[in-house]
Design a protein around this ligand. Structure first.
Ligand code: AMP
Ligand code: MG
Length: 422
């Protein structure tokens, strides 16, 4: 007779077994490739200020605010335009009092200028100097000069982006634990950061056991079925921030199972098996792994569970029914894997039952549920499919697992329940 424990006890025991997965090693990835979706290992500090230098927020004219203070309706101020500054390499000459330069968005604001008048508030006039000798007043060999009429005054600082006004040098620009998305990559790249330090994901071996299993794309013979757990758990591992270091399908032969697990333990941080842990004959994982403790957890589905160590690696043995295997992952492993990879756990969501449910006494039930009108806290959730742990297609219609407490034998429509998002 195997040991009986409740769900919380098994969760705690799995957490203890997997404690070694915390404190993952880190690696560097380029902001150009490989950063997307990775988890930042530490805070990223701005190596310099952003913006890097004082620059213009508008296309317009850089001026001294004092020179245009009197501009107003019907009384524009006219200033000679002594040059152009584009968003281009180089440092503009300082602005002399009583002059303006035409400036483009992002271009450095010349020393001496303290405001930018947007082009919309100006009339930019080009005129010819009729000197006949082909030179300008300043002797330049061009026949034209420009001036600008400024229709309204500006305060010092207006439309000027100060260095560090986005992020100061040394300030945190990205927090540890950030799952890198395009807007994070933008901030890092803008700060001149070429490489980011991210966590190395936990590597998981996913081992499906069962002589009846054939792989995706293979043709099943009589009595054979397609392996659902291998692909399902591989996807679950990836979704929880892990990586699949090895995927194996092994027959119900203890020798072959042990050999497969030796490989798995050599390659991966954690070994996950499905099948072969119930009370029947040919329970191959039980037979193959005397090192592992097999127990009955007071839940449905997912009752038969194993945990222990093989060849130095933690092993979790999930039951074979596809619904049981997936529920086991959600309830026992998902959050631990996420946290080991630097992600936050998935919050459980309170919901309101759309149907009455009956449940066996003394066993926590995890029914498949679907949001009815809208999703999220306080929304109504309907039971999908039956309690059978083989109902893999019904589960595909579910959004959540509905958590029916062990003590409950019946919950009425309208009862509040907790749900586990899938
Ligand atoms: P077991 O725990 O090995 O007795 O498996 C319980 C049930 O789940 C049996 O009907 C198996 O055929 C089925 N099963 C086991 N492993 C898988 C799998 N990887 N994919 C789909 N069904 C499975
Ligand atoms: Mg089996």
């Amino acid at each position: 007779m195997s040991e009986r424990v409740d769900v919380e006890q098994h969760r705690a025991d799995v957490a203890e077994l997997l404690a070694e997965l915390a404190g993952r090693p880190t690696e560097e990835v380029s902001v150009h490739e490989g950063a997307l979706g990775r988890v930042l290992a530490s805070d990223v500090l701005a190596p310099g200020p952003l913006p890097r230098f004082r620059n213009s927020q508008m296309d317009g004219f850089a001026v001294r605010a004092a020179d245009v203070a009197s501009a107003g309706p019907g009384a524009p101020v006219t200033l000679p335009v002594v040059g152009d500054v584009a968003a281009a390499p180089g440092e503009p000459a300082p602005l002399e009092p009583g002059t303006a330069v035409r400036i483009m968005t992002g271009a450095p604001v010349p020393a001496g200028a303290d405001a930018v008048v947007p082009v919309e508030d100006t009339d930019h006039v080009t005129f010819n100097h009729a000197r006949g000798d082909g030179t300008r007043d300043d002797g330049a060999p061009h026949g034209s000069a420009t001036s600008v009429e400024i229709a309204r005054g500006r305060q010092a600082g207006e439309f000027v982006r100060e260095p560090g006004s986005d992020v100061a040098q040394g300030a945190v620009v990205l927090r540890a634990g950030t799952v890198l998305a395009p807007h994070h990559v933008a901030a890092a790249a803008a700060c001149g950061i070429a490489r980011l330090t991210v966590r190395v994901p936990v590597s998981v071996a996913v081992v499906s056991t069962g002589s009846e299993l054939v792989g995706p794309g293979d043709e099943p013979g009589p009595g054979q079925i397609w392996d659902a757990n291998g692909p399902a758990l591989a996807a679950a591992v990836l979704a929880a921030g892990g990586q699949v270091g090895l995927r194996l399908t092994v027959p119900d032969d203890p020798e072959v199972v042990r050999a497969g697990l030796e490989r798995a333990a050599a390659l991966c941080d954690l070994v996950l098996t499905t099948g072969g842990v119930s009370q029947g004959a040919y329970e191959v994982v039980k037979d193959a792994l005397p090192e592992v403790a097999f127990r009955s957890v007071a839940m449905q589905p997912g009752g038969p569970q194993g945990l222990g160590r093989f060849a130095g690696r933690p092993v979790l043995a999930f039951p074979g029914n596809p619904v049981s295997a997936q529920v086991s992952f959600v309830v026992f492993l998902r959050d631990l894997l996420r946290q080991a990879g630097g992600l936050l756990p998935v919050r459980q969501v309170p919901a309101v039952l759309d149907d009455a449910v009956v449940s066996p006494a003394g066993r926590r039930q995890l029914l498949r549920g679907r949001w009815v009108d809208d999703a999220g806290a306080g929304a109504r959730v309907a039971v999908v499919g039956g309690p059978g742990s083989h109902l893999v297609a019904s589960m595909a219609a579910a959004d959540v697992l509905i958590d029916v407490p062990a003590a409950a034998t019946r919950l009425d429509e309208g009862a509040e329940v907790m749900t586990w998002p899938l």
